[in-house]
Design a protein around this ligand. Structure first.
Ligand SMILES: Nc1ncnc2c1ncn2[C@@H]1O[C@H](COP(=O)(O)OP(=O)(O)OP(=O)(O)O)[C@@H](O)[C@H]1O
Ligand SMILES: [Mg+2]
Length: 402
């Protein structure tokens, strides 16, 4: 088993020197550390960066479990079993498998995006820490777990030098002319509250617009929103504004693809997008270009897997797309298409399992697991589809049990 399952960094990591040192130190002092902050502020990036840096402290390495895509709290334990790369050929309860595996190991477990499942995640983390003295948990989310002994690092937006550096880096990558270090650029960073995701989205516009033009347009948007966001924390409003503005700048077809991509969980590949998102209103042959458009605007990021090239949509961006998809009244149909694709994949993998292509099958299954789980989630939600859930779970026996 590989000792770590951390993904490669998608692009250059910028700044956060103080936070990196602080988090590394907290991990040395406490067995439960939570990185807390608003959406898009950089919790995931910081947690993964530091986890990789401190990996050598843990004999058994670092394992990442991404909980953001899960809907059903009952699947958290399965997600952890999977993150730990455990093979279990018996029908034991996942909790038992986890406890037994972790009991005498020195390991760092990173739990990312647990906030929507906090009520189930907190007692589980508590129980695992109690049962496994060598376990350290690094959690990242918008809420604390509120467990005894939890050390919290509240991640603030980037300070001005980091925000400027991130904006300049991403603008350059997008092909924009070099940014002047002048007052307008500083104003732009302030306007975006130093939130990395908002800065990245804005940077994607700089090949086309000057900083002043961008500022003027953002101001219009903020004014447009007016008090509409009363009660919403200002930083949240900033991010919504940045995302909403990106949304307006997309072509209608890009918007449609964005909405539809929100049904994916974790990394997905082009074939899946073509099948799930294609249709009379979005011809399959147009999907590649549209996906390229979203990629260029930082709305989709590249995330290759062992199975080949892949893509991912950040949680906050996907959440915006999901709202749009719901407004179109198309959520259920898209989730069914998503499920159908992954059921087909699961069936193919099962058929090919005992073939010379086993390595490829294993890689594809591993890369698709978050999506397979999301598909199973849907089957469990719809009573009529219970038989499909059984079929899918049955087909996936080789993935669940390793
Ligand atoms: N220090 C950094 N250097 C480079 N890029 C960063 C940095 N911090 C954040 N980013 C980028 O900003 C975006 C948002 O960051 P991230 O996904 O870590 O936020 P988050 O706080 O985990 O958000 P969410 O609550 O939605 O999960 C990502 O594209 C990420 O790569
Ligand atoms: Mg995150």
């Amino acid at each position: 088993m590989r000792r770590s399952n951390l993904p490669a960094e998608p692009n250059r990591f910028v700044g956060r020197a103080g936070e990196q040192a602080e988090l590394a130190a907290l991990l040395g002092e406490s067995r439960l550390v939570t990185v807390l902050g608003v959406g898009g502020v950089g919790k995931t990036r910081l947690a993964l960066r530091v986890a990789a840096a401190v990996q050598k402290r843990y004999g058994e390495g670092v394992r990442l479990a991404e909980l953001a895509p899960l809907r059903d709290p009952g699947l958290i334990e399965h997600a952890l079993v999977e993150a730990l790369g455990l093979t279990d050929h018996t029908l034991r309860a996942p909790r038992e498998v986890l406890v037994e595996h972790l009991a005498d190991r020195r390991l760092l477990l990173v739990l990312d995006g647990f906030e929507h499942l906090v009520e189930a995640a907190a007692p589980l983390v508590h129980a695992l820490l109690a049962a496994a003295p060598g376990l350290t948990v690094l959690a990242a989310g918008r809420l604390p777990l509120r467990l005894p002994g939890e050390a919290v690092l509240a991640l603030a937006p980037m300070d001005e030098p980091d925000a400027l550096a991130l904006l300049a880096e991403r603008a350059a990558r997008a092909g924009a002319p070099a940014l002047p270090r002048d007052e307008a650029v500083r104003e732009l960073c302030r306007r975006l509250d130093g939130i990395p995701l908002a800065l990245e989205l804005a940077a994607g516009r700089l090949p086309l617009l000057s900083v002043e033009q961008l500022l003027a347009r953002l101001d219009d948007r903020f004014r447009l929103l007016g008090d509409g966001g009363r009660g919403v924390p200002p930083r949240h409003r900033t991010l919504r504004t940045a995302i909403g503005w990106s949304h307006e700048l997309c072509t209608p077809r890009e918007r449609l693809l964005w909405a539809r991509l929100s049904v994916f969980a974790g990394p997905f590949d082009l074939e899946a997008v073509e099948y799930v998102c294609g249709g009379p209103d979005l011809p399959q042959e147009a999907v590649l270009d549209l996906l390229g458009g979203l990629l260029a605007q930082s709305l989709v990021t590249r995330e290759d897997t062992a199975a080949g090239p892949g893509y991912r949509m950040l949680d906050t961006v996907a959440a915006y797309g999901a709202e749009w998809l719901a407004a179109l009244g198309d959520t259920e149909r898209m989730r069914r298409r998503h499920r159908d694709w992954y059921m087909g994949l699961a069936t193919w993998c099962e058929l090919e399992w005992f073939s010379p292509r086993q390595a490829e099958v294993a890689a594809r299954t591993a890369a698709a697991l978050p999506n397979l789980r999301a598909a199973l989630d849907l089957c469990l939600e719809l009573p009529d589809d219970a038989h499909l859930a059984q079929h899918l779970a049955g087909t996936l026996w080789f993935a669940w049990v390793g």
